[in-house]
Ligand binder design. Sequence first.
Ligand SMILES: Nc1nc2c(ncn2[C@@H]2O[C@H](COP(=O)(O)OP(=O)(O)O)[C@@H](O)[C@H]2O)c(=O)[nH]1
Ligand SMILES: [Mg+2]
Length: 392
Amino acid sequence: MHPFDIALILIIAAGAGSGLVFIEVLIQWSLRKARPSPPPRLEAELPQAAELAAEPTPETAEPAAAQPAQYVAPPPTVREPVRIGLGLRKTRENFLARIRAALTGSAKIDDIYEGLEEALIAADVGVEASMKIASAVRAKLGNDNRPDAIRDALKAEIATILMSAERRPADSGDAPLVIMLVGVNGVGKTTTVAKLAARLKAERGSVIVAAADTFRAAAIEQLEVWCDRAGADIIKQSPGSDPAAVAFDAVKAAIARKTRTVLIDTAGRLQTKVNLMEELKKIARVVARELPGAPHETWLVLDANTGQNALSQAAIFGDAVPLTGVVLAKLDSTAKGGVVVAVADRLKIPVRFVGLGEAIEDLREFDAREFVDALFASDGAVEQSASGSYAA
Ligand SMILES: Nc1nc2c(ncn2[C@@H]2O[C@H](COP(=O)(O)OP(=O)(O)O)[C@@H](O)[C@H]2O)c(=O)[nH]1
Ligand SMILES: [Mg+2]
């Protein structure tokens, strides 16, 4: 046979071979799409995971819902983060209008303070904290009814309450800093995890995100898209797998890779409250077993629109896991931003960050003074300032 013919036959054979391989891959792929692969067998990979399996798994791992349409995150933005003053616009407009009415409407000191209390309550500062603030201002000023003096004293009193809850962030030394986010469904946990991942990546270096809301496939997908954008690694398992095992894997990986920060995203279905709390306790317990002291921070994510209900959520979650901070999401979409004050006053835990929009940049570190300045800033000052400062 001519060498040319042999070469031709070889080429045809190779082509047919790779065609078959391609078809095989296609079949495998479509099979996998139709039937998600079972969760990886943790016992084989992780010695301690056998202990995990021995623990009663909360009944929260209901069968994952049918695969919903793929999650599409909002397009990446290049703009500056929203300034807190703009985020606080709704709260401020409502609050300042009432304060103004209280201060100018009546010369009678009793009426002024009643009006102030009402303004605070309407901004969701809470009845208890509002009365406390109003009487502190009154004790300070006596019968002095000058609007400016009252306004300044009010500002100072609110700042004092906010600052009294401040505490230093946890220090994990050379070990990864493990932060767990908890909260009711839909408050903004996953979005906050993504925002924090981007921010902490820039500030502290490498980040691993644990997709420990294993309840819905869409939740894991959503987090993957965000992590991709934030440049963070993600540790995940199949929907329905044990959230504590995911968190455990993430911390283990972080120790091995010398990752600086681990963020644990969790589920928040309140209809299974008891189970949810058991699940969170288990995550914390299992993580501590791998890295003593972890989770170093457990932040409750609250939807700022929730108002006073935030306090009962804090009580429920605080019973299960010691809360070390609050992230107040959706401050941009509420007139109830005063709940920040109620949280600090009643819970004595610091507000760490506030969410001011849906994009990855829309997270600000909370600063009591800047918050109060922004709350009391005149609308003109807010709209005109282009300095990017907190107060504008
Ligand atoms: N306006 C606004 N929307 C937010 C903010 N944080 C989260 N969201 C939206 O709230 C919804 C629920 O967020 P998600 O992170 O999935 O909540 P989770 O169930 O607690 O994980 C999504 O539509 C988010 O885009 C925020 O700071 N501002
Ligand atoms: Mg979520």
